[in-house]
Design a binder for this molecule. Structure first.
Ligand SMILES: *[C@@H]1O[C@H](CO)[C@@H](O)[C@H](O)[C@H]1NC(C)=O
Length: 250
């Protein structure tokens, strides 16, 4: 799965015989989806039909016609040629990280972003659940753990799989069911290859109660507005009714 990338070099050969022209072309390719699955390929085609190929995963040449099968067998018996191909493969592997560097920044955030929030649980024996959401990381390998006052917690912890975003990013969500104790510090710790040291994100109940205050404040404001509008309508009706009285009495 994922996007297959390749950088390739194309060369062409044009041969003419009395009967017709023979168009040959060769491809040197460095294929990869991640840093760990790099394949170096050399292919020769005649009139678009693959004749012979070197595949670094197999470490040898393969012929696809009677003639080129013989040629491939001959080439595979030449150790210095195979060593040379190994060198090309190493070169290809060496340049793949450079490719990732150029094309994955700055559009692809590879360092994870971490956020902790809490929700009330409907069931279970703990009243609250903390969610640590980790977004935008690449590569896939990551470790998310919970700390209570700096000590790792292992019980009441669950997690989603590492979910692919469809681009090269991944996300993961870790859950901790717990009973809040005043004064203790709960931290979500994220360890990822691209971080110099683990990223720590503390749960801060104060920010959430402030959010609640804002929510209450907003609700109050809305209620006030509803009363204000209702009052205005009532007032308008009253005055409209009163204006009618003099018109009728004339
Ligand atoms: C190269 O060889 C590997 C291992 O057999 C194979 O999976 C892959 O498809 C080959 N690549 C091509 C382009 O033939």
């Amino acid at each position: 799965m994922g996007i297959k990338c390749l950088f390739s070099v194309l060369f062409s050969i044009l041969l003419f015989s009395r009967a017709d022209a023979l168009f040959g072309h060769g491809l040197l390719q460095c294929q990869f989806t991640t840093l760990d699955d790099v394949v170096y390929l050399e292919q020769i085609f005649f009139n678009k039909v693959l004749q012979i190929q070197y595949n670094s995963t197999l470490g040898k040449y393969t012929g696809y016609t009677d003639k080129t099968r013989d040629i491939a067998n001959g080439l595979n018996k030449n150790p210095s040629l195979l060593i040379e191909e190994k060198r090309h493969e190493q070169n290809c592997k060496k340049h793949v990280p450079l490719f990732f560097d150029i094309f994955s920044k700055p559009d692809v955030h590879v360092e994870p972003s971490v956020r902790v929030r809490s929700v009330k649980t409907a069931s279970g024996h703990h009243p609250r659940m903390l969610i640590c959401s980790v977004h935008y990381f690449y590569p896939k390998s990551i470790r998310v753990t919970w700390l209570r006052n700096g000590k790792e917690m292992t019980s009441d912890v669950s997690s989603t799989e590492k979910l692919s975003n469809g681009d090269w990013h991944y996300q993961i969500h870790s859950y901790l069911e717990f009973t809040p104790v005043p004064g203790e510090k709960i931290t979500c710790m994220v360890d990822h290859g691209l971080l110099m040291k683990p990223k720590l994100c503390d749960w801060d109940p104060r920010t959430e109660s402030e959010n609640n205050k804002i929510a209450v404040g907003t609700a109050g404001l809305l209620l006030g507005l509803v009363f204000c509008v209702a009052g205005l309508i009532y007032y308008k009706r009253k005055t409209y009714g009163r204006e009618l009285v003099p018109v009728n009495s004339i």
